[in-house]
Ligand binder design. Sequence first.
Ligand code: SAM
Ligand code: SF4
Ligand code: SF4
Length: 374
Amino acid sequence: MGETVISLADLRYLAPVPPIPAQPVAASGLLSDQLGRPLRDLRISVTDRCNFRCSYCMPKEVFDRDYVFLPQSSLLSFKEITRLARIFVAHGVQKIRLTGGEPLLRKGLESLVAMLAELRTPDGAALDLTLTTNGSVLARKAKALQAAGLRRVTVSLDGLDDAVFRRMNDVDFPVADVLAGIAAACDAGLGPIKVNMVVKRGTNEQEIVPMARYFRSHFGGQAVLRFIEYMDVGASNGWRMDEVLPSAQVLALLRAHWPLRALEPTVEGETAQRWAYADGVAEVGVISSVTQAFCQDCNRARLSTEGKLFMCLFASRGHDLRALLRQGHSDAEISSALGPLWAARDDRYSELRASAPAPAATAQRRVEMHYIGG
Ligand code: SAM
Ligand code: SF4
Ligand code: SF4
């Protein structure tokens, strides 16, 4: 018998359909996984497509003209997303982040925002509804998104130097247009805006201080910069530990220019460590996914573009919720199927990576970030 070769694209389909328990179980909002972690945060990828080709996420050599993205019929519709989101909210989710790929490329996204904005937690509270974007079309869309009910946005920006940024997005996209997007989002009332910079040693570390200086003195404290350690997500970015610049070094660099004061976390499970500049003009953060794992508090689930549920950013297999929707199961049945999935969750990849680096074979089986959502 010949050996079975599993291509990158095929990995997206490794997802069993969750069993429906014989007796329906009502959602209590009090789910707890194997490590005692609640379910609070749902990240929904609304498209696997993107107009950028950041080398750490969708390198051009892999995501080229021949790459097969998901067909429209595979994507969850807005109705299906909202239906699942409602079930997740009953189970305790309080925050929803739309992501991708580039979420603003999904046609009519404002309608989905409006549908999600109507959901209420069991206590009657509105959701913390947010979105992560590369900012390329944000200047055009910020107002409509805010009007539809979006609360905040996170914008990714890896440098201020135009040549460095154009090289990193690898489609020659200018910095100025992303800055215009951030400004438009501030004007539309979507602040405070988080600005995420992935730091890759040898590629953009020289941008750390200019970025900090810029965001300290612009947008009146409404744009909060966070430096993210380059992560080993997916199987196509050729990640190497020596390209990770530990957050401790980023902080040392910042401190050499400005005194900093540590801030308390604002919400449970917060990924960023926050710091205030001592002169009080702004705050800044670091996300140390590699050097200081935060799995202990991880309350996040991820829903892929085609409705697969992933319990961890580094999971190699999902659970096919779209099949449950399209097989005609009721909300009560789907909700009952969801509880045991969270209860069985024991993922803590980053903590395990810290104690023993994953063998290359494991990396081959991870899903890509643009598909499951950042
Ligand atoms: N396209 C949108 C964007 O770039 O903001 C949303 C999706 S993107 C996958 C979400 C976030 O993941 C971005 O902030 C991006 O910088 C980050 N990201 C992608 N690959 C990464 C990696 N290998 N390490 C760290 N962060 C990564
Ligand atoms: Fe696109 Fe975001 Fe990935 Fe960059 S990080 S390639 S903008 S999905
Ligand atoms: Fe959460 Fe997995 Fe990241 Fe740990 S590695 S923080 S469990 S997503």
